[in-house]
Write a protein that binds this ligand. Structure first.
Ligand code: ADP
Length: 668
């Protein structure tokens, strides 16, 4: 059988096989006395449920040792009870087939159920229907086979034989298998387990038990009265108020009691004239109360499971909402959601801060009023706003606009992305999510970089053009044969001078790039020591003197670069024939800082250009002195990174200039 190909999960150990086999024989012997009217039937009542439960718990396959043991046990039990061997064999065959059919059907139709391949208890009416159908079909097959065997071999007929087999087996499976599986699932499941009383109290359980006992005493005591129907009320009580497990156990107990009393000729069912009809009525009564109780309690269980699921979902949703709120609230990026009616449905504190709008007056008008220009300052038409485009269904990425937060705060360049959100179908409105971040620094950097790249390209092109020109002239002269050694030397020296200029420019460009990217590694720095090193490296010791400078807290590699640039310039920018004279001095001022001055006797800075000379590529004396115009911008960048300031002015004590910068004092 296809459903049996995979080995089902074994739940209990092999010892249980003999336990079940022994139990079957014992029960067969016990029930025989009361069941003398139908040889071969004695095994039906307990066998039906016990054999199915046994196979399910052992995970037995169709062809397995369990099948053989079951067959032999039932055969032996029937023999002991006086059956003919051929009839005993037929009955054993019927029991084996009905058990296998039921087990296979249960594994196929209720594969999620604990014991049938899954791990769930019987807690849903839909599964109960499939479960009941599998039991009924399996037992019907057994009853049919038993009837055929019995008719052919027993040499006598009983009109209700098949029905009695079916009824007993069905009762037995409904109460025994159901209780067994529910108890097994409960024992093996991981806590927390659903409550056994399922919301009811122990007192109510006691009351329900007392009611059941009372009803049964009345019904079975006054057996001449048709008082069976109030018994159903007890099962309804258990089904409505207690868990499926308690309801099944209740059915098991009252079912067993009903059948045991009936076969002992006690109670309303035994009062029926025809004994077999009485048995049959009792069997179908037990099946009815079992199904009623289980139907009600599984319905309850399902409702409770759904309610618990709903609670879990609600808690999960609340948790998700709190996480979302925390994430949105802690984002540096501004965020808002708005709809096509202009309502701001959601925004975070960063949005309010970037736009300089109080959280409680966040409206679309306020947002529009503060962001109505592109990053270059030109007006931003409403239709081209990222939010308007997203509301129209377009996804917009990284558009830069200008935001004026007001209150004398400077304008900010903001990079905006906007995406359309699913429509609010209940209100029929389009919605959009707008995300933005402050891109002011980035924008300024980019602008700066673009200008920088333009100048670099220009400055590199000049010496290159010169090299091209001179080499072309060398080639021409060579072609015309008029290149004498003197001229050649002149041309080559021009080419070399241009290439030197390019090399220096490239070196300065690299220094410029690293001056901002290098990690600051601050420590105690002795400025006088660095000055001496720089002067020595430039062979200018006799032109450079340094007075006492308090120690500073700085990156010595970068400060060396600062001093090298300033001393290099001081040596370079002197009038022809003038001996450079450079003094470096320092004092502890302002508090926490040291001011360092580099004083020279050079040509001085043209008036009005004292600040401009710190800009990239700005050269005040570009005619007579070579240079890239990058040195001072590197110096300023390094000093600024150390939280210091730098300025230049004319030397008040004579010709030349004073370059003055501050650095954090070393106070160790
Ligand atoms: P470079 O020296 O390569 O031209 P810098 O950025 O070092 O570039 O200097 C920028 C400009 O500032 C120089 O071109 C020069 O005109 C002026 N300058 C710098 N240092 C001095 C100085 N000590 N005396 C006079 N002018 C100076």
């Amino acid at each position: 059988m296809p459903g049996d190909r995979k080995r089902p999960h074994v739940i209990v150990g092999p010892g249980v096989t003999f336990g079940f086999a022994g139990l079957l024989v014992a029960l067969a012997l016990l029930t025989h006395a009361a069941d003398a009217t139908g040889p071969g039937f004695s095994t039906a009542m307990p066998v039906g449920g016990l054999a199915v439960l046994w196979f399910l718990l052992r995970g037995a396959r169709v062809l397995s040792i369990e099948t053989v043991v079951l067959g032999v046990t039932v055969f032996a039990a029937d023999l002991i009870l006086g059956s003919e061997p051929d009839l005993a064999a037929a009955m054993a065959g019927a029991v084996v087939v009905q058990t296998l059919v039921t087990v296979v059907l249960l594994r196929r139709w209720c594969s999620g159920l604990w014991g049938c391949g899954g791990d769930r208890p019987l807690d849903r009416p839909r599964v109960l229907a499939r479960y009941g159908a599998a039991l009924a079909l399996g037992m019907a097959v057994g009853a049919a086979l038993a009837t055929v065997g019995w008719t052919l071999l027993a040499d006598r007929t009983t009109d209700l034989g098949g029905a009695l087999w079916f009824g007993r087996s069905l009762c037995s499976t409904l109460v025994v298998v159901t209780s067994g599986l529910l108890v097994g699932e409960r024992i093996t499941s991981e806590p927390p387990r659903p409550r056994l009383l399922s919301g009811a109290t122990w007192f109510e359980l006691l009351a329900a038990v007392a009611f059941t006992v009372g009803m049964y005493v009345v019904a079975f005591w006054f057996e001449q009265l048709p008082l069976a129907f109030p018994l159903v009320a007890a099962s309804v009580w258990f089904g409505l108020r207690f868990s499926t497990l308690l309801s099944a156990v209740h059915s098991l107990l009252v079912g067993t009691a009903t059948l045991a009393l009936t076969v002992r000729d006690i109670g309303p069912f035994a009062a029926v004239d025809h004994t077999s009809v009485g048995y049959l009525l009792a069997e179908f009564y037990v099946a009815t109360i079992a199904v009623t109780g289980l139907g009600l309690s599984t319905g309850r269980d399902e409702r409770e499971a759904l309610a618990a699921e709903l609670r879990r979902t609600q808690e999960e949703a609340e948790y998700q909402a709190s996480v979302r709120e925390a994430v949105i609230g802690s984002m540096n990026e501004g965020l808002f959601v708005l709809d096509d009616q202009g309502a701001v449905l959601l925004h975070n504190p960063a949005a309010a801060e970037i736009f300089g709008i109080a959280e409680d007056v966040m409206t679309r008008e306020a947002l529009v009023a503060r962001s109505n220009r592109w990053a270059d300052g030109t007006p931003l038409p409403d239709a081209e706003r990222p939010s308007s485009r997203a509301l129209a269904g377009e996804t917009v990425r990284d558009v830069e606009i200008l935001v004026s937060p007001g209150s004398d705060l400077p304008d900010r360049v903001v990079s905006v992305s906007a995406i359309p959100l699913p429509r609010d179908s209940s209100r029929g409105r389009a919605r959009a999510l707008v995300l933005f971040r402050d891109a002011t620094t980035e924008h300024a950097r980019r602008e700066e970089l673009a200008a920088f790249a333009g100048v670099v390209a220009h400055d590199l092109r000049n010496p290159l053009a010169a090299i091209d020109g001179w080499t072309e002239m060398i080639a021409d002269e060579l072609d015309s044969g008029g290149l004498d050694a003197q001229l050649a030397r002149e041309f080559v020296s021009r080419v070399r001078s241009s290439s030197r200029r390019m090399r220096e420019l490239i070196r300065d460009l690299l220094a410029h790039a690293t001056s901002s990217s290098r990690e600051l590694d601050v420590a105690r720095v002795d400025v006088a020591e660095l000055v001496a090193e720089v002067a020595a490296a430039r062979h200018a010791e006799k032109h450079v003197s340094c007075r006492a400078v308090p120690p500073v807290l700085a990156d010595d590699v970068l400060i060396r670069q600062v001093l090298d640039n300033l001393i290099g310039n001081a040596l370079k920018y002197v009038a022809p024939g003038v001996e450079p004279c450079i003094t470096v001095r320092g004092c502890p001022h302002p508090p926490g800082f040291v001011t360092v001055q580099v004083v020279d006797n050079g040509i001085g800075i043209p008036t009005g250009e004292e600040d401009a000379i710190f800009d990239e590529f700005h050269r005040a004396h570009y005619r007579d002195y070579e240079g890239s115009g990058l040195g001072l911008s590197i110096v300023r960048r390094i000093i600024t990174r150390h939280d210091g300031t730098i300025s230049a002015r004319a030397n008040p004590d004579g010709p030349g200039s004073v370059f003055e910068f501050t650095l954090p004092a070393y106070d160790g």
